[in-house]
Ligand binder design. Structure first.
Ligand code: C5P
Length: 232
């Protein structure tokens, strides 16, 4: 059975826990996501540990943002680990995004539009005026124009972004919660079925899976529910 288009966020306190979660969910999901905290604590070893023998795709969520030359070097440094996906900030600008794309030919560079933690007042404060949706669309178009082949956006923006960038760009959405699950600190959430129906290609789900009593069974249940609602 094809694994479901889910990236499980391995936001674990230590390497052993991250590797254990990865092993439990891997038969059911396509991807596991390693974030900044785990990578800074354990370095490149974390990639081999979570990949294990399974060959699951690794999404390295480092959200790079620096001058193009530095991002090119940083991207080359992690490209040898062969992550399937690496994130950069779209606000780093087209030259920076292009530097990442050219430095990792075997990795999909995903541009983060705006952090969902920023309010419109925050955006105005950093000089990004206008409705958040407009800023997201503008950054999405800029990133794709610079060669990004994936974008990270909230499930509430995914249909507008899809309209902006067309069918060939991979849209990745965090803030996904199965019906009935606790929202935790995610303010604007959607169910996995809704996010896919709106045009998302890969759903980032963390605590509803990793915080459950049986992460493997929870991942399997969400994957089965997606298969029922959206047959491949
Ligand atoms: O546990 P939860 O499902 O909320 O995890 C979501 C993951 O997606 C976390 O790793 C979080 O850092 C990440 N993320 C997010 N919102 C963004 C970008 C990334 O929640 N805008």
């Amino acid at each position: 059975m094809t694994p479901a288009p889910i990236a499980v966020a391995l936001d674990a306190p230590d390497l052993e826990t991250a590797a254990r979660w990865a092993g439990l969910v891997t038969p059911h999901v396509s991807t596991v996501k390693v974030g900044l905290e785990l990578y800074l604590r354990y370095g490149p070893d974390v990639i081999a540990s979570v990949r294990g023998a399974s060959g699951v795709q690794v999404f390295l969520d480092l959200k790079l943002h620096d001058i193009p030359n530095t991002v090119a070097g940083a991207t080359r440094a992690v490209a040898r680990l062969r992550p399937a996906i690496l994130t950069v900030h779209a606000a780093g600008g087209p030259a920076m995004i292009r530097a990442a794309v050219e430095s990792a030919p075997h990795t999909k560079i995903a541009a983060v539009t705006i952090l969902t933690s920023l309010s419109e007042a925050d955006l105005a404060g950093i000089g990004m005026s206008g409705p958040a949706d407009d800023v997201v669309r503008r950054l999405a178009a800029l990133a794709v124009g610079a060669g990004a082949t994936a974008l990270v956006c909230s499930p509430h923006e995914v249909s507008a972004v899809r309209e902006e960038v067309g069918p060939d760009i991979t849209l990745i959405t965090p803030g996904v919660r199965p019906a009935g699950a606790a929202t935790q600190d995610q303010a604007r959430v959607a169910t996995p079925e809704q996010a896919l129906a709106d045009g998302a290609d890969l759903l980032v789900i963390g605590r509803p899976i990793t915080g459950s009593a049986d992460p493997g069974a929870t991942a399997a249940a969400i994957a089965a529910s997606l298969r029922r609602t959206i047959p491949s």
